[in-house]
Design a protein around this ligand. Structure first.
Ligand SMILES: C[S@@+](CC[C@H](N)C(=O)[O-])C[C@H]1O[C@@H](n2cnc3c(N)ncnc32)[C@H](O)[C@@H]1O
Length: 246
């Protein structure tokens, strides 16, 4: 079978954290290395903070995620603090300089209630003037339309850490308002499906996103449409935000 630990390992294989090659990873790496203390919300398997420590970050690094299998992988490196919980569980110490939610983790916050509770907790974890950096896919780009097995760019064949040949793909089940629900599947080469994960993601637009941020006590310091800090335009696929705690 294909366990949760296998799924966490597969995540790392499909999504290597590499600031030297990927501008999105470099964007966050620069912010993290410049901050004294960092709370990575939805840290997953912890690759960003692992690398920050390896690169000599000497301050406080905390990763928070509700997925135990992902955290178990993160914990393989013990020089970072790993905490199991959702964004809304972030402890209010008002002392972090920077909070991050990378790789679209923010889109896992689906209901208004979850968005509000999460932003309130992140705000409470930051010192006054601290930054919250995250990105969410711009709904105008309709990224979910590419999440289908007939899109060759969205079907990945690979060999996992256990030496298993795998095919991975996505299928959208529903688009309800700004919430897209889809399945991610992993199968053996003969088509035997080993695992199906169902995920819902929210696609907030700029106005709705900024409304939530303002209500939670943030001001938007900068908002970009690409990883080279270009403005948001009609073609942007991302809404990349640096919000500052008021
Ligand atoms: C796409 S992964 C990103 C992981 C990691 N940030 C990265 O860059 O590789 C999304 C992560 O968000 C986590 N997540 C889901 N719901 C969450 C919530 N309510 N609060 C915090 N994290 C959540 C998931 O467990 C998952 O690890």
């Amino acid at each position: 079978m294909f366990s949760d630990a296998d799924a966490a390992a597969l995540y790392d294989l499909l999504n290597p954290w590499d600031p030297a090659r990927q501008p999105e990873d470099r964007f966050y790496d620069d912010l993290v290395m410049a901050a004294e203390s960092v709370l990575d919300v939805g840290c997953g398997t912890g690759a960003m903070l692992h690398l920050a420590r390896e690169q000599g970050h000497g301050g406080r690094l905390v990763g928070l995620d509700p997925d135990r299998a992902a955290l178990d992988r993160a914990r393989r490196q013990a020089d970072v603090e790993w905490v199991e919980g959702t964004a809304a569980d972030a402890r209010s110490g008002a002392d972090f300089d920077l909070a991050t939610m990378t790789s679209h983790a923010f889109q896992c916050l689906v209901t208004d209630e979850e968005v509000r509770a999460s932003l309130a907790a992140i705000h409470g974890a930051l010192r006054q003037g601290g930054q919250f950096a995250f990105e969410t896919r711009h709904p105008q780009a309709r990224a979910w339309e590419g999440w289908r097995p007939s899109n060759p760019d969205d079907v990945v064949d690979l060999v996992d850490d256990a030496g298993r040949a795998l095919r991975v793909w996505h299928e959208v089940d529903s688009v309800a308002g700004d919430v897209v629900t889809f399945r991610g599947s992993a199968a053996e080469p003969d088509g035997t499906v080993l695992r199906v994960d169902r995920v819902s993601l929210r696609f907030l637009d700029v106005a709705a996103l900024n409304g939530f941020l303002t209500d939670a006590g943030f001001e938007v310091e900068a908002q970009y449409g690409d990883w080279h800090r270009g403005p948001i335009t009609d073609d942007s696929r991302e809404i990349i935000t640096i919000a500052r705690s008021r």
